[in-house]
Design a protein around this ligand. Sequence first.
Ligand code: ZN
Length: 110
Amino acid sequence: MPHQWSDEDKRTFKTAALAEVNSHILEAAQESSAVTGDWEFFCECGQPDCRELVTLSLPEYASLRERGEPVLAPSHRLPPGTRLPMLIDAAQELLVQAKRRARQTHTGPA
Ligand SMILES: [Zn+2]
């Protein structure tokens, strides 16, 4: 039986994945000639139905990242008490656990 992710886990993954995508947008933006313009980043609230884009200049995005804050559309929020770096760490930890569990399922207990 495959591991079932809770809704909270899925939300954590989505936020972490979008934060990663946004960091690639930053890289692409830095390599392009339009460094001074505004760019569209993904809202990182992690809600399953959220497809909002947030327009930010590169300095605005960079300053959010420096403070460890997520990119959020107006009125979108992370779950209370959570911080973006925590969610990224949590997503990585969930993946590690899932891989460990998958390995045990395939090979049986050591
Ligand atoms: Zn959102």
